[in-house]
Design a protein around this ligand. Structure first.
Ligand SMILES: NC(=O)c1ccc[n+]([C@@H]2O[C@H](COP(=O)([O-])OP(=O)(O)OC[C@H]3O[C@@H](n4cnc5c(N)ncnc54)[C@H](O)[C@@H]3O)[C@@H](O)[C@H]2O)c1
Ligand SMILES: [Zn+2]
Length: 389
C-alpha cells in the first residue's frame, strides 16, 4: 500500500479574518488478492506461507481459528506448520452472532499482543466462517491502527461473501455490524474443499447470498442455481464442474460491484439487495434466523415489492421461490409478515443509507433498479404475499 499526501510547499493561506489554515489531501492505494487454491494445508502448498510483504516464506504465523473448524481441521493445520518449521501462535475462538462483539475482538487483540506481532511482517491468518473473518478483520484494523491479515474462509457465507470485500464489523447496541471499519486483507485464499464438512443448514444459509447476487445482477448464475442448487447442497459444492463455476460467478460478481465502490461513497449498492429489512429483523430473531436466511427472506419480500410495481412478473417470483426451496431456505418468518416492524427496519436502513431508501429491487431477473418511494401500504401488500407463501 502506498500513501500519497499532498502538503502545500508554501505556508498555509490566510483566510479573510487573518487566520492561517492548512489543507491536507491524501490518497491511499489499495490492493489485495482473492485467490482460489486447492489443498491450502497440503504439505506441498506454499500459498499461505508466502502471503507476506516480502514474499519470502514466513517462519512464524499468528492464527485465529473458529473453534468448530479447529475441531475438524486443527490437527492437519498444526501438522502443516510443523512440516514447514513455522511457529504458529494459534488462538481458537468460539464464534456466534451473539458473541460477535467488542469483547471477542479484545480477546484477539490480547492474543496479538501476547504473540508480539510485528507491525508489517506477521500477517494474521483468520480461518473460519463469516463471524470469525469479521472479528479478526475488525481487531486487525484496530491493532496498532491496522496490521495486515489473510482471510481463509471455510464455509459458503465466508467464501463467496465475507472474504471478498474489505468491511469488518462487530455487533453492538442490539444492532448488526454497528461498529466496523474498512480494512482490506492482504489476501483471501479460497479453498473449496473446506465446504465438505459444513452443516447442511449453514451451507443453505450461505446460499442465501448466492440467491441475492443471482436475482439482482447475474441471470446466468440464477440459471445455474435454478438447475443445480439441490445437487450443490447435497454434494457440499464438491462436484468438479458446476460448483467452481457458481463460486467464480459469485466472487466475480461481488468484486465487480465492490471494487469501484470499496468505501461505499455511493450508497446505491446492488449488493445491498436482501439487506434492507433483514438486518434489524435477524437481530430481533436471534438465534432463530441465520444471516443468509434473513437475506433470502428479504430477497423474496423485495421480489414481491418489485412485483407490485411491475418490475417483476409473477412467474419470476415463482422461480425465485422454487430456487429458495431447492436451497432449503425458509420461505416464511412471522417478522416478514408484520408491516410496522418492516417499516421500522426500513427506517433503520434509511439512516444507514443517509436518509433515503435507495432500495435495490430486481428489474427482471439479473438486473437492478433503485427506488425511494416504498410506503407502508406497499409493505402491507408484500407482507400479505409472504404470509400466503
Ligand atoms: N464483512 C462482510 O463483507 C460480510 C459479508 C457477509 C457476511 N458477513 C458476516 O458473516 C456473519 C455470518 O457468517 P456465517 O454464516 O459464516 O456464520 P458463522 O461464522 O457463525 O459460521 C456458521 C457456522 O459454520 C461453521 N463452520 C465454518 N466453517 C466450517 C467448516 N469448514 N466445516 C464445518 N463447520 C464450519 C462455524 O463454526 C459456525 O458454526 C454475519 O455476522 C455477517 O455479518 C460479513
Ligand atoms: Zn449478507
Amino acid at each position: 500500500m502506498n500513501d500519497r499526501a499532498m502538503f502545500p510547499a508554501s505556508w498555509g493561506a490566510l483566510d479573510r479574518s487573518g487566520t492561517r489554515q492548512w489543507r491536507v489531501t491524501a490518497s491511499q492505494e489499495l490492493a489485495y488478492e482473492v485467490r482460489q487454491v486447492d489443498g491450502l494445508f497440503d504439505p506441498l502448498s506454499q500459498a499461505l506461507l508466502t502471503c507476506n510483504e516480502s514474499g519470502l516464506p514466513s517462519t512464524r504465523q499468528v492464527v485465529v481459528i473458529d473453534e468448530r473448524v479447529d475441531a475438524i481441521y486443527g490437527r492437519g493445520i498444526r501438522d502443516y506448520y510443523h512440516h514447514h518449521r513455522v511457529t504458529a501462535h494459534i488462538l481458537t475462538l468460539p464464534v456466534s452472532e451473539e458473541t460477535k462483539d467488542l469483547d471477542a475482538a479484545l480477546v484477539i487483540v490480547r492474543h496479538l499482543e501476547a504473540a508480539g506481532v510485528l507491525r508489517r511482517s506477521d500477517p494474521i491468518v483468520a480461518i473460519g466462517g463469516g463471524v470469525l473473518l469479521d472479528l479478526v478483520g475488525f481487531a486487525a484494523g484496530l491493532y496498532r491502527r491496522g496490521v495486515p491479515y489473510i482471510k481463509v474462509p471455510t464455509n459458503g457465507m465466508a467464501m463467496w461473501d465475507a472474504a471478498i470485500g474489505i468491511k469488518t464489523a462487530v455487533n453492538t447496541l442490539g444492532r448488526r455490524n454497528r461498529l466496523g471499519s474498512y480494512h482490506a486483507p492482504s489476501t483471501a485464499l479460497l479453498d473449496r474443499s473446506f465446504l465438505k464438512t459444513v452443516d447442511r443448514r449453514d451451507l443453505s444459509n450461505g446460499m442465501g447470498e448466492l440467491l441475492k447476487l443471482a436475482v439482482i445482477k447475474d441471470a446466468r448464475l440464477f440459471d445455474l442455481l435454478e438447475r443445480h442448487s439441490a445437487m450443490l447442497l447435497d454434494s457440499r459444492f464438491q462436484d468438479p464442474v458446476v460448483a467452481p463455476e457458481v463460486i467464480e460467478h459469485a466472487v466475480h460478481g461481488m468484486l465487480e460491484e465492490l471494487a469501484p465502490n470499496l468505501w461505499e461513497r455511493t450508497l446505491e449498492r446492488s449488493v445491498d439487495f436482501g439487506h434492507s429489512f433483514g438486518p434489524l429483523l435477524e437481530m430481533k430473531a436471534l438465534p432463530e434466523l441465520l444471516h443468509g436466511e434473513a437475506v433470502a427472506l428479504d430477497v423474496l419480500f423485495s421480489c414481491w415489492l418489485a412485483r407490485d410495481r411491475g418490475l417483476l412478473q409473477d412467474n419470476e417470483v415463482q422461480r425465485v421461490i422454487r430456487v429458495m426451496r431447492s436451497m432449503a431456505l425458509p420461505l416464511r418468518h412471522r417478522f416478514f409478515e408484520e408491516p410496522a416492524l418492516l417499516m421500522e427496519a426500513l427506517e433503520d436502513t434509511m439512516r444507514h443509507r443517509d436518509g433515503q431508501q435507495r432500495l435495490p429491487l430486481p428489474r427482471g431477473i439479473g438486473r437492478c433498479a433503485f427506488v425511494n418511494d416504498v410506503s407502508l401500504d406497499h409493505l402491507k401488500a408484500a407482507a400479505r404475499k409472504m404470509a400466503d407463501a
